[in-house]
Design a protein around this ligand. Structure first.
Ligand code: NDP
Length: 283
């Protein structure tokens, strides 16, 4: 089995990104990412810190706008409008989830689609489904880059994606379709799920259930991408597939951790740099 090593690819890409940022700085452009976080959700705090850390490592200027729990939609919208207008800001990211009083859709729609580094705005999602260039959700984008780096053919393949969230399954389905795969999206209402997963040449699972898929659910020689992150009682982290059991059964597979996860932040940085390059071109 070939290990689809997201961490080592992410490390390589990070080095290339450091060089790209150095070149931009020579042209007087400092790529800038602004992360907005409302409240103090512990998981969001960790994700946000990791993003800040990675940006600093690459040389991207990153700013964290930490807003109190009781922030109103009006206040948040005002901040987003201000950042949309700020020519020095390349990427704007609103850390989800938001507190209950704020409608997430309304907030995401307010972000300038050209600064929407998470690729969640309706404009970018529309472009993705039209197979037009735009900003793409980072986790699915990272999966495509990982498969490309390991020369995994996608055109004509039977791809089954389990999970239909807006951040993973749906955008990934569009990317796979754009790459000429035959795509099936499964979810909690899917009948005979495991008979379906067994038909996949490339199986991507993103449901958040520890070791849910085993040898009997996967075709021999398939490529498996495990997006799931599940914390076990002993504190360790595992994916949605039984990695140990599948090791001798599949042709290639991502580990958890060190598979898809490291690629997600890497794509966030990549898109911030791309936007900044556009700014450099415009002069
Ligand atoms: P969501 O909870 O938003 O979506 C889960 C999806 O899985 C839903 O579509 C749901 O179906 C489906 N599902 C749940 N249980 C089953 C089941 N028993 N059979 C079939 N389908 C099922 O999760 P996310 O997409 O946000 O995340 C999924 C997993 O990926 C999590 O473990 C998360 O931590 C991880 N993740 C990892 C990232 C990374 O960078 N590595 C990034 C983002 C997420 P339905 O729609 O019918 O409810």
């Amino acid at each position: 089995m070939e290990l689809l090593d997201g961490r080592s690819l992410a490390n390589e890409l990070t080095q290339a990104q450091q060089m790209a940022v150095t070149q931009l700085k020579q042209q007087g452009i400092i790529p800038k990412l602004v992360v907005i976080m409302v409240g103090t959700d512990p998981a969001s705090t960790i994700y946000t810190k990791n993003k800040q850390k990675r940006a600093a490592k690459i040389g991207i200027a990153s700013e964290l706008k930490q807003l109190p729990d009781e922030t109103t939609a009006t206040d948040l919208l005002a901040l987003i409008h201000q950042l949309n207008e700020d020519a020095t800001v390349d990427g704007i990211l609103v850390q989800l989830p938001l507190p209950k009083q704020i409608n997430e859709d309304q907030i995401i729609q307010a972000i300038d689609p050209q600064k929407d580094v998470d690729g969640f705005s309706p404009v970018n999602i529309g472009k993705l489904w039209l197979n037009e260039p735009g900003l793409v959700a980072c986790t699915p984008n990272g999966i495509m880059q990982l498969l490309a780096a390991y020369n995994i053919d996608i055109a004509g393949k039977n791809v089954v994606i389990v999970g239909r969230s807006n951040i993973v399954g749906r955008p990934l389905a569009a990317l796979m379709l754009n790459a000429n795969a035959t795509v099936t999206i499964a979810h909690s209402h899917t009948v005979a799920l495991k008979a379906l997963t067994k038909t996949a040449d490339i199986l991507i699972v993103a449901i958040g259930r520890a070791r849910f898929f085993g040898v009997d659910d996967v075709k021999k020689g398939a490529v498996v991408v495990d997006v799931g992150i599940n914390r076990l009682e002993d504190g360790s982290v595992t994916g949605d597939v039984d990695f140990e059991a599948l090791k001798t059964h599949v042709s290639a597979m991502t580990p958890v951790p060190r598979g898809v996860g490291p690629m997600t932040i890497t794509m966030l940085m990549a898109q911030t740099i791309e936007i900044a390059k556009g700014r450099a071109k415009r002069g």
